[in-house]
Ligand binder design. Structure first.
Ligand SMILES: Nc1ncnc2c1ncn2[C@@H]1O[C@H](COP(=O)(O)OP(=O)(O)OP(=O)(O)O)[C@@H](O)[C@H]1O
Length: 245
């Protein structure tokens, strides 16, 4: 049995007396690429904010690599790279300068190690040739990849992406998909990805967590969901699930 890297355990969240997340539990195992889906207002962003420690659960616990996000915050978040919505950069800096600045936050690395690391992540995300160009000249897809490069500086075990494909053109989408698959295969990084683009998720996610109005509707292997449904198209399955629950 592969161990889990992310565990959401009986989590509820109320904001202003309104229950936004209702007793949700699921696990994501090491090496999974897990899609996180639900209609508008289902609570996806709230759940991602809970997982990334930006807000605390009203009830329940969240563990990253066995560390409680709220009680052992530093250890838990050390393993996490998260990009919540489109990353914002100082666009008058070059891609390399953005990463150099962020890498100085890592006090355990010498100047030389930091330089090597920045070069390495620029190469991984395919921005090495454009490293001397200002971020203002980057396409949205390149900015997304710079965001992923930023999260790679800390060698995360799991990366959480909130709507990463928002606004990307087909080429940008193909590049992002390729990058996620590469990082998963070559570096063993686990991904948890929220998206409304179900065709896109179906291409890369072997696991799915589906929520509606703060409740867990389904979680497990994408294959199993397709096998037990009448359609083999995730979009059609999703619509039928949403009308059933
Ligand atoms: N700070 C807040 N105060 C009051 N209500 C909130 C707050 N944050 C979220 N909500 C409500 O909680 C529900 C879930 O919102 P959330 O943004 O998590 O959904 P979502 O699944 O990410 O939606 P979308 O797909 O539209 O981005 C919505 O009804 C929203 O209005």
């Amino acid at each position: 049995m592969r161990k889990y890297i992310l565990k959401v355990d009986n989590v509820s969240k109320s904001i202003k007396r309104k229950k936004i997340i209702n007793n949700i539990s699921f696990e994501v195992k090491v090496g999974d690429i897990c899609g996180f889906i639900g209609p508008n207002g289902a609570g996806k962003t709230t759940m991602i904010r809970l997982i990334t420690g930006l807000i605390t659960p009203t009830e329940g616990n969240i563990y990253i690599d066995n560390y409680d996000v709220n009680k052992q915050r530093r250890e838990a978040l050390e393993n996490l790279g998260a990009i919540v919505e489109a990353p914002i950069f100082f666009s008058y800096l070059t891609g390399e300068q953005v990463l150099n600045n962020l890498s100085t936050l890592n006090e355990n690395m010498s100047k030389n190690e930091r330089k090597t690391k920045v070069e390495e992540v620029l190469k991984i995300v395919g921005l090495y040739d454009r490293r001397k160009d200002k971020v203002s000249t980057y396409s949205l897809g390149m900015k997304q990849r710079l965001g992923i490069a930023q999260s790679l500086l800390n060698n995360p075990k799991i990366i959480i992406l909130d709507e990463p494909a928002n606004g990307l053109d087909p080429m940008g989408m193909i590049e992002l998909r390729g990058l996620i698959l590469k990082l998963n295969k070559e570096k063993g990084i686990t991904f948890f990805i929220s998206s409304h683009l179900l065709d896109e998720l179906q291409k890369i996610c072997e696991k799915l967590v589906i929520i509606k109005e703060g409740n867990l509707v389904w979680c497990g292997d994408t294959r199993d969901l397709i096998d037990e449904s009448e359609s083999n198209n995730l979009e059609e399955i999703f619509v039928s699930l949403m009308t059933k629950y």
